[in-house]
Structures are given as structure tokens and as C-alpha cells.
Design a protein around this ligand. Structure first.
Ligand code: F6P
Length: 324
């Protein structure tokens, strides 16, 4: 093992820079050469890579985004694209590829390993926290804090105007951001994809809390919510069925993906980055490095793509109890 390439792929996440830095510096510590690939798999196909050393990654631990840039590469989904990418890895004498990203990126990495017997390692980087085999993904903690800060601000205006706000948060098919940020920001209701509370129950519950004296309300809606209505339709429905509340909708969008990574994400990214390089040195391949109960662990990449078993039941109960 001599030459390692690293790339970031899919939606960017705060802490990706810290992970690249850790990979590069672990390579330097263990006397390996590290190559940075630009624009994810797109850069691999177009042969956009260059050597990185410990100094190339200075002053980036505190920066959001990814200096290697990222992409959701359509070309890499074709066997032709993957063939080209593999050709470039071989031409540059790369021995293994570290992919920092989410499930789409891991699917691509697995294909590369299966089709060309090329060693790959995944590091979970996505704000969604939707990856099996790790308690946390890089970027999730920062996104939670961004969301809570935004909701706190919206609460000020909600309470000044006696308004009910529906706030849409990201997370794709996972309710982790909605549920945790919802509890943290004291939301009255939280709608997540994993548990469809039903619109009627939502209206009943809002009516009840209004009767108890609530004059404004915050409803956090995960973007993958299964109510069957988009957030604007949901807002209209709520306004029609609740007397005396003005309703407003706020879609937080991509601010959730930006900003300086939290300390937690920086440390997590550092641990996983070093862990990935050490795993390669131990002869491991086609795995994802994750964090389970504070320990750096690894599972086969294939397993990382399986349905994740994050239990939400307890948190849902906590949200119910504390949001009355
Ligand atoms: O996976 C991260 C994420 O931000 C999801 O929460 C969201 O559904 C998606 O990416 C948005 O992707 P894009 O930025 O490509 O529109």
C-alpha cells in the first residue's frame, strides 16, 4: 500500500474538510502518498487529482463545505464512466480509494470494488444521519445546531404575531434532523417519515394545545414526511381547520448544509479519517468506518447500505411528553 486517493461525493456536509485533513495527515504520518480527487466521481472520470501533503490541508478544519468539491455524478452510474474512473486510478498507481459521502456515494464505491476488485473505504459524511452502522454521520451535529438556531429565531416572530409556523427541514427519508432539532427547539409537533401521525391527529393535537393556552406553535416537518401533502398544502390544510391562527411556512433549505462544523463534527471527522487510513494499513477493504458508542468501528460497505436501525421510539415519547 503506497498511494491513497480521497474524494468527497454527494451532498456536502460540514466536517468533510476535517475528514480530508485527517486522511491526508494520517497518510503523512504513516508514510503513504495521498491524492485528492476533485468533484467526487466526476473528477475521477476526468482524471482531476493531485497530490496532497500535510500543508495542503492547513486552515480547513474550521471550514464548511469541501475544498475538494463534490458532485452527484450521473456519469459514474454508467459502467462506461466507472471504467474510465478505474482506468485513471490505475494510471495514477492508486492502491485504494477513500470515499467521504452518503449512501449514493457508497453505492458507487461498492460498484468500483465489485467490478474491478478495487479496494475502497467509506467515511459517512452527510447531514442526514441515515447510514447504517454508525451512530453519527459527519455534518449531522452541525446541521442540528443550525436548524435549532433557525427555529429559535422563527419562534420569536411566531410568538410576536401569535402565528403557527410549519418549518421544513432536510433529512431525505430520515427523521433524525426533524426529531432531534424539534425536541431541541421545543417544537409543538414533529412530523417524520418513519412515523406517520396522520393529519387528523395533528389537527386534534393542535386544537388541544390551543385550548390549554398556547398562542403560537412550531411544527417541524421532515422533508420526507409521509402525510401525502407537501408543506404548503399542509399549511393551507392546518389554516382551514384551526380557528384563530395565522399560518406561515418556512423551508430552511440549504443553510442546513453550510457553516463551520461543530466541535463534535470536527472530532468525529478526525477520528474517522485516521481510522480509514489505519484500516487500509491493517489490510481491510470495502468497509465503512463508523462510530458506535464512541468507538471507531467498521462494517462491510454492503451492510452500510442496508436499512438503518436507529430507534426513534424513545425520542418520539420524549417529544410527546415535553411538547404539551
Ligand atoms: O443528503 C443531503 C441532502 O441535503 C438531503 O437532506 C436533501 O434531500 C438533499 O441532500 C438535497 O440535495 P441537493 O442539494 O442535491 O438538492
Amino acid at each position: 500500500l503506497k498511494n491513497i486517493a480521497v474524494l468527497t461525493s454527494g451532498g456536502d456536509a460540514p466536517g468533510m474538510n476535517a475528514a480530508i485533513r485527517a486522511v491526508v495527515r494520517a497518510c503523512s504520518f504513516y508514510d503513504l502518498n495521498c491524492f485528492g480527487v476533485y468533484k467526487g466521481y466526476e473528477g475521477l472520470i476526468n482524471n482531476e487529482m493531485e497530490p496532497l501533503n500535510a500543508r495542503s490541508v492547513r486552515n480547513i478544519i474550521n471550514k464548511g463545505g469541501t475544498f475538494l468539491k463534490s458532485a452527484r455524478s450521473k456519469a459514474f452510474m454508467t459502467s462506461e464512466g466507472r471504467k474510465k474512473a478505474h482506468g485513471n486510478l490505475i494510471a495514477n498507481q492508486i492502491d485504494a480509494l477513500i470515499v467521504i459521502g452518503g449512501d449514493g456515494s457508497f453505492t458507487g464505491a461498492l460498484k468500483l470494488s465489485e467490478e474491478f476488485d478495487f479496494p475502497v473505504i467509506g467515511i459517512p459524511g452527510t447531514i442526514d444521519n441515515d447510514i447504517n452502522g454508525t451512530d453519527y454521520t459527519i455534518g449531522y451535529d452541525t446541521a442540528l445546531n443550525t436548524v435549532v438556531e433557525a427555529i429559535d429565531k422563527i419562534r420569536d416572530t411566531a410568538s410576536s404575531h401569535n402565528r403557527l409556523f410549519l418549518i421544513e427541514v432536510m433529512g431525505r427519508d430520515a427523521g433524525d434532523i426533524a426529531l432531534n432539532a424539534g425536541i431541541g427547539a421545543g417544537a409543538e409537533e414533529i412530523l417524520i417519515p418513519e412515523e406517520d401521525m396522520g393529519i387528523d391527529r395533528l389537527i386534534d393535537s393542535l386544537k388541544k394545545s390551543k385550548k390549554t393556552g398556547k398562542t403560537s406553535s412550531i411544527i417541524v416537518v421532515a422533508e420526507g414526511d409521509k402525510s401525502g401533502k407537501n408543506i404548503f398544502e399542509l399549511g393551507e390544510h392546518v389554516e382551514q381547520h384551526l380557528d384563530g391562527y395565522e399560518v406561515r411556512v418556512s423551508v430552511l433549505g440549504h443553510i442546513q448544509r453550510g457553516g463551520a462544523p461543530s466541535c463534535y463534527d470536527r472530532v468525529l471527522a478526525s477520528k474517522l479519517g485516521v481510522g480509514a487510513v489505519e484500516a487500509l494499513l491493517e489490510g481491510k477493504r470495502d468497509i465503512m468506518i463508523g462510530i458506535v458508542h464512541k468507538d471507531v468501528t467498521s462494517i462491510p460497505l454492503k451492510q452500510a447500505l442496508e436499512k438503518r436501525d436507529h430507534q426513534h421510539d424513545r425520542l418520539i415519547k420524549v417529544a410527546d411528553i415535553t411538547s404539551v
